[in-house]
Design a protein around this ligand. Structure first.
Ligand SMILES: [Zn+2]
Length: 428
């Protein structure tokens, strides 16, 4: 592997510096470094970040390769500036055994575009009845530390308690999709003014908030660690803020789409806006942005949820829930958090790399941009503005809510352990 000199990049948005990579490692960071025999990447005006880490990706393999595979998903990840993604367990078969998580982990190793860390299911078949083999998945080659029934909520309080107790033994974490199932039966969108006007079944905020309240109290009771997936309401923010003030070991994520879009869009009946949890109100969006800025919400996670065309190109009621997100996440965060003055680029590095890597224990990722560290890096042209064209996506699916929307920022380069996987916006 060769040497690369990234010249004049604003490291984490700071003063321009040169970064020298030798093999898999960053060997020097400073002004005016000598290129020598290194290949030079001119990066003046661009921002250099640690490779992004996504704690919540649906790669769909095994079982739904028509929507995404580990290979296409990791290519999408590299395009979006990610060097590590955590793959959710709701595959076919479900990732509830050491065998399935090892299969996903191996496919990630073979892809070479982005590291894949499988998430193990909490319960057998995501059925919420019996704990899956958490210990065996942790001890497997995949080394699973994050467990989630995402897509479904671990709604039984006793099962949730047992899972929290179990993962505590090896420093794991349960990532909860907080949704009280009885309160959301038949729900198709956020419960509020718009759902009342449209006559669609509503999904009340309390369905999310009641589970979060219960789970932070359970985490406190057993002294374990809980992570809240895709937090979406202002009330959820208040509960997490309260829990953290009590010293409860809770972390939370927000998706890019919940930072930008509201339930007003459902008036179009375009299924591209159908997602779980649903798009909420302007008030919720503003509360989520503020919470991400002040650290109440720890990280941004994409909830990248690819669906084939036929599952989205149908009437609202029949459409699948979810949207792709890996290739637009950083642009949406720039639009909603950086260009609004709520977060600087060092803050983005924290919310999209350092902290998700720490929560998921992604070794070698979320590290400082300094000598001796693995060269997992992403270079961003933050001055770019352009409209989103899904035809250019590396993902196998196109179900983006941003088609034709102008967004800022473009990832031009991604390096995975010193290997260029994205150069001038093109996958290698
Ligand atoms: Zn979910």
């Amino acid at each position: 592997m060769s040497k690369i000199l990234i010249r004049g990049a604003k490291v984490l948005g700071g003063e321009p510096q040169d970064v020298l990579i030798d093999g898999e490692t960053i060997t020097q960071v400073g002004a005016g470094l000598t290129a020598g025999d290194a290949e030079v990447v001119e990066a003046a005006g661009k921002v250099l970040l640690p490779g992004l880490v996504d704690l919540h990706t649906h790669l769909r393999e095994p079982g739904r390769e028509d929507s995404e595979t580990v290979l296409t998903g990791t290519r999408a990840a590299a395009s979006g500036g990610y060097t590590s993604v955590f793959a959710m367990a709701n595959t076919f078969p479900v990732a509830d055994t050491a065998g399935v998580v090892e299969q996903v982990w191996r496919l990630g190793q073979e892809s070479g575009y982005c590291d894949v860390q499988p998430i193990g299911a909490v319960t057998v078949g995501l059925e919420g009845k019996k704990l899956a083999e958490l210990g065996a998945m942790h001890e497997s080659a995949a080394g699973v530390t994050v467990f989630s029934d995402d897509g479904k909520c671990v709604h039984d309080a006793v099962i949730m308690r047992r899972a929290l107790e179990y993962v505590k033994a090896f420093g794991g974490v349960v990532a909860q999709h907080a949704q009280e199932p009885r309160l959301t039966e038949g729900a198709e969108m956020n419960e509020g003014v718009v759902s009342a006007e449209l006559g669609l079944g509503g999904w009340p905020a309390v369905a999310e908030e009641s589970i979060i309240a219960r789970d932070v109290l359970l985490a406190e009771h057993v002294g374990s660690r809980v992570h809240i997936c895709h937090l979406s309401t202002a009330g959820s923010v208040e509960i997490v803020r309260w829990a953290k003030s009590r010293g409860i070991d809770v972390t939370a994520e927000v998706t890019p789409h919940h930072l930008l879009l509201t339930d007003e869009l459902v008036r179009t009946y375009n299924p591209v806006y159908k997602v779980n949890p649903p798009l909420r109100t302007e008030r919720d969006v503003l509360a989520l942005r503020e919470a991400l800025a002040d650290g109440t919400i720890d990280i941004v996670a994409t909830d990248h949820a690819p669906h084939p065309h036929e599952d989205k190109d149908c009437e609202w009621a029949a459409a699948a829930m979810g949207m792709v997100g890996l290739e637009t996440a950083l642009s949406v965060v720039q639009e909603t958090m950086v260009d609004t003055g709520l977060l600087d680029w060092a803050g983005v590095a924290d919310r999209m790399s350092f902290t998700p890597a720490r929560i998921g224990r992604a070794e070698g990722h979320g590290r400082p941009v300094s000598a001796g560290e693995p060269a997992n890096l992403t270079l961003v042209d933050t001055a770019y503005r352009g409209s989103v064209d899904p035809a250019g996506f590396a993902s196998r699916s196109r179900n983006t809510p941003y088609e034709g929307r102008e967004l800022p920022g473009r990832v031009t380069h991604t390096w995975l352990r010193g290997k260029a996987v994205l150069v001038d916006g093109k996958l290698t």
